[in-house]
Design a protein around this ligand. Structure first.
Ligand code: ATP
Ligand code: ATP
Ligand code: MG
Ligand code: MG
Ligand code: MG
Ligand code: MG
Length: 266
């Protein structure tokens, strides 16, 4: 059938190669996870089981694709950095995005019962995926600092918001109003003075997100370079840019203190 009169339709499939010599940054994000987390009764502000499940799916993706060298996760999203030189699927954009998004999604569903043994899936979750190309290492550092700043800003807001609701007895509308226009420092004060919570002592996973790093082990001369089968999971604060990101986040918090700081990232 390859040479049939119908085969010309194949010519409508256009190649979509990604620019060589650039870093591929692949990010996926849960589709409508506001609803998904409500329906499946995630603990607010942070359901640790859901975060661990995201980490597990991300680790599976890294094990399947050795060209992924670093990953960062927060909330319902994960970012993956591929080696600049990767020739994965001949750098075909839609092939890479669709295959990685699909594998992550099926791993998420596959491992769900391990993390939520008493809560069966009520409907199939899905994720969107995209690849952005970056030319330099500075862009990559700034990219991860940007995602980690987002983690910090959202988590500080959400932690204070849910403290006002769960312990302070406010309605969600009242809690939004209380926080409108507040600076980072004021949220820390609300948490400490009203709820006895020292924000900086909360789990680093919540404050700074998760980092998965592929470690290269350089053994004795004759063995050559080997790779760890499993990516290591250093504590999030060990992320190279962690501190800088947090400082950026605080700065960002100040510049968007008009109450729009918790807008979802597009
Ligand atoms: P979109 O389809 O545009 O991404 P969304 O509803 O998924 O819409 P996001 O901005 O991605 O919006 O936000 C994800 C939401 O999922 C968070 O705001 C939060 O309510 C919820 N969520 C995700 N992970 C967790 C978690 N581990 N614990 C509690 N809630 C979570
Ligand atoms: P690629 O990742 O490039 O798509 P592939 O191995 O999936 O590689 P395809 O050209 O998509 O290659 O072919 C799918 C193969 O899967 C078929 O050749 C066949 O061997 C097998 N397969 C798929 N569906 C069935 C089925 N219902 N019954 C038996 N074999 C099947
Ligand atoms: Mg989402
Ligand atoms: Mg999200
Ligand atoms: Mg196939
Ligand atoms: Mg989104």
């Amino acid at each position: 059938m390859a040479n049939s009169k119908y085969a010309y339709v194949r010519n409508f499939e256009l190649p979509d190669p990604l620019l060589p010599g650039t870093f591929m940054l692949f990010r996926l994000d849960g589709h409508s996870f506001h609803r998904f987390s409500d329906t499946h009764e995630f603990t607010k502000p942070n359901d640790v089981r859901a975060l661990q499940l995201m980490d597990h799916a991300a680790k599976d993706v890294m094990e399947e694709y050795p060209d992924i060298v670093l990953a960062f996760g927060e909330s319902d999203e994960y970012s993956f950095l591929l080696r600049k030189s990767t020739a994965l699927y001949n750098r075909r954009g839609s092939k890479i995005v669709s295959t990685l998004t699909s594998l992550f999604t099926s791993c998420y569903v596959f491992h769900w019962p391990k993390y939520f043994p008493d809560r069966p899936l009520l409907y199939p979750p899905s994720f969107d995926g995209r690849i952005v190309l970056y030319p330099t290492e500075k862009h990559i550092r700034d990219y991860f600092a940007w995602r980690q700043a987002d983690t910090h800003i959202n988590n500080l807001y959400n932690t204070t918001f849910w403290a006002l609701v769960q312990q302070g007895g406010q309605t969600t509308t009242e809690a939004h109003a209380t926080l409108k226009g507040t600076f980072s420092k004021e949220k820390h004060e609300i948490l400490y003075a009203r709820f006895g919570v020292n924000y900086n002592q909360l789990d680093a996973r919540y404050r700074k997100g998760s980092v998965l790093l592929r470690e290269e082990i350089v053994p004795k001369e004759e063995d050559g370079v080997q790779e760890h089968a499993a990516p290591a999971t250093p504590a999030p604060e060990e992320a190279a840019e962690g501190k800088a990101a947090e400082e950026d986040a605080v700065a960002a918090d100040r510049t968007v203190a008009d109450g729009t700081e918790n807008e979802p990232v597009p």
